[in-house]
Design a protein around this ligand. Structure first.
Ligand SMILES: Cc1cc2nc3c(=O)[nH]c(=O)nc-3n(C[C@H](O)[C@H](O)[C@H](O)COP(=O)(O)O)c2cc1C
Length: 348
């Protein structure tokens, strides 16, 4: 799929998907973090029936995986957010639709019934935001997501060197993105007070902010460094996860993303306390390889891998995954954005 995706995409779209901010250390660290954990499998448990289904705020999920917001996803396959919506609905996972992709959120909702979460970048004042949230509620969205790690746009040097500007845009110094920079905890309090829709805050990295989210009534805490595309030199998200999980202390579901590309990666996130793992580049690669069907196939492979990892760990229920099933080690290779697929280096 990765090979097919690369063949199908021009260098601009490929680098936009794969790249990150500045030195791309946050991108590499996400993989390095995941590759720094190994399993401590348990034996002789009956794993003839492994259940990988779960739910998030009452929405049933066939696997504990979420398809996160991908701006300009129409670059990877023309159907864009609608193709992802169809894949999510057909397979049985939740999609978060980005506000900076096509088709727009109302068209997607009309064509593909939810449940679905809508992620908004603020490009106007509070009245503008309120109007969009009200329309998202009317359109049937079952969650609203504020991305809090993008108060300014980062330097993506792959794009800069090629003069590439994704359709979603990159400018941060204009009036539109000014609203994103002015977003504060008051924005969160206002949304909670004015709207009756579950609020996801995406981009949580430390315990203090996680605690503050819970105190503000945020419904879902989303640990993310934007796939290493925003602040450079962050911790791997898998390493930020435990302190966030401890701070949240079961008061809200926790999503994690950043470098997760395999079923075993998902299992690692769940062992450390995440309820759901989101997979961004997997979504983009699968879209580029085969649109809606590509995304469904990728999710099937992830499902199979989760099932196999769990069975070989001696675990048959997601709720039995726990930190005792893992320990830290030193990765043996060089971690990079695609190091989850070592056979690529051997020319497969
Ligand atoms: C091409 C691309 C576009 C993205 N666009 C958005 C976006 O519009 N809104 C947002 O909140 N996150 C966006 N993200 C971040 C993802 O939602 C997610 O946090 C990230 O991809 C997870 O890391 P991973 O790619 O290593 O799985 C984007 C990520 C990629 C790769």
């Amino acid at each position: 799929m990765v090979t097919r995706a690369r063949e199908n995409l021009g260098p601009e779209a490929w680098d936009y998907l794969i790249g990150g901010a500045d030195t791309e250390s946050s991108v590499r660290r996400n993989r390095h973090g995941l590759e720094s954990w190994v399993f401590r499998p348990r034996i002789l448990n009956d794993v003839s029936e492994v259940d990988v289904t779960t739910e998030l705020l009452g929405t049933p999920l066939r696997i504990p995986v979420m398809l996160p917001p991908i701006g300009s996803v129409q670059l990877f396959e023309a159907g864009g957010g609608e193709s992802v919506a169809r894949a999510a609905a057909e397979f049985g996972v939740l999609q978060t639709l980005s506000s900076v992709c096509l088709p727009d959120f109302e068209t997607v909702a009309e064509r593909v019934p939810g449940p679905r979460v809508y992620q908004l970048y603020l490009m106007g004042d509070q009245g503008w935001m309120d109007d969009i949230i009200a329309r998202a509620v009317d359109a049937g969205y079952t969650g609203f997501c504020l991305t809090a790690d993008t108060q300014t746009y980062s330097r993506r040097e792959r794009d800069i060197l090629k003069g590439f500007v994704p359709p979603s845009g990159t400018r941060v110094d204009n009036a539109d993105f000014g609203a994103q920079a002015r977003m504060t905890w008051e924005t969160v309090a206002h949304i909670k007070e004015a709207f009756d829709i579950p609020l996801y805050v995406k981009g949580v990295n430390v315990a203090e902010d996680a605690r503050r989210c819970v105190e503000a009534g945020v419904d879902v805490i989303w640990v993310s460094n934007h796939g290493g595309r925003q602040l450079d030199h962050t911790r791997a998200c898998i390493d930020a996860l435990p302190e966030v999980v401890a701070a949240v202390d079961g008061r809200a579901p926790v999503i994690v993303d950043g470098g997760f590309l395999r079923g075993a990666d998902v299992v690692k996130g769940l062992c450390l306390g995440a309820d759901v793992v989101s997979m961004g580049r997997l979504e983009g690669l699968a879209m580029a390889a085969g649109g809606k069907d590509g995304v469904i196939r990728a999710l099937e492979l992830i499902e199979q891998e989760i099932r196999i990892s769990m069975a070989l760990l001696g675990i048959s229920r997601l709720t039995d995954l726990n930190p005792g099933l893992m320990e830290r080690t030193r990765p043996f290779g060089t971690s990079h954005v695609l190091s989850a697929f070592p056979l690529l280096d051997e020319g497969y």
